[in-house]
Ligand binder design. Sequence first.
Ligand code: BV8
Length: 246
Amino acid sequence: MSVIDGLSDDIIEKIKSAKSVTALTGAGVSAESGVPTFRGDEGLWNNYRAEELATPEAFERDPSLVWRWYDWRRTLLAPLKPNPGHETLARFEQRFDKMTLITQNVDGLHRKAGSEEPVEIHGNIWHTQCISEGTVRENRETPLKEIPPRCPDCQALLRPHIVWFGESLEPAILNRAFEGAEKCDLFFVIGTSGMVQPAASLAGVAKRGGATVIEINLEKTPLSYDVDATLLGLSGEALPEIEKIL
Ligand code: BV8
């Protein structure tokens, strides 16, 4: 029984005839690569929740604690590989006339799988930013030699170049995401609990823009009532199955 057996002929036709495709991914698309999700049991770290650590207030209060969490995640992420879900989405960039990949994930696995310009709306765990000069640099040191790391130019603290809860997303990046949702004829929403705004609103934007919206998840989510089809299954299995239809 394939996860796509539940797709109607109409939806299958929409997938085959799509010209402009947009995908929004969340932590679920990286789960099969071994990356802990946010709201699953393993989403805990030393009894902290992401919402407690991924905030400017937490960083202000204790930059070392926040950096120890990111160092733990970076060290865990470093050896992990993209899974067939990431790889299929990267191939979709060649299969459709236009493909926009929007991700809430900061793990960099879409880039590692070959996606050319993922719209990383929450930033990237491999980038740091100087809190004084604003300079963004790539840093792949695991574990970090110094916690908290400091700017090599001015010695100010570095922060993860990541959007924390309560922080606004970068306007240019957010515009690319909304444009991708508004102008597509097929929108996939994959491996996200649909809890975090403004990312969770993109599926509704696509729907109102006339797109066919397909959700891939292990469970129903708040987005499920507003999509055209929900495929219940592993994204690393469902996406290659969808690719076979093309
Ligand atoms: C903003 C970077 C304007 C961090 C992240 C009160 C005060 C201030 C703000 C708010 C507030 N109330 C609400 C808000 C808005 C807030 C928000 O939405 N909060 C939530 C918690 C209610 N949003 C913001 O603050 C955003 N900014 O709104 O700016 C503003 C400014 C000031 C004041 C007000 C508004 C910024 C949000 C960005 C936060 N940063 N990440 C880091 O990673 O370190 S979000 C974080 O959650 C991750 O990026 C993650 O991707 C994201 C969402 O989680 P999911 O990806 O959905 O992951 P989750 O574990 O939840 O779900 C996984 C799903 O996959 C599950 O459904 C599971 O079933 C499924 N799954 C698992 N395995 C598989 C699978 N599916 C398929 N296959 C599998 N194998």
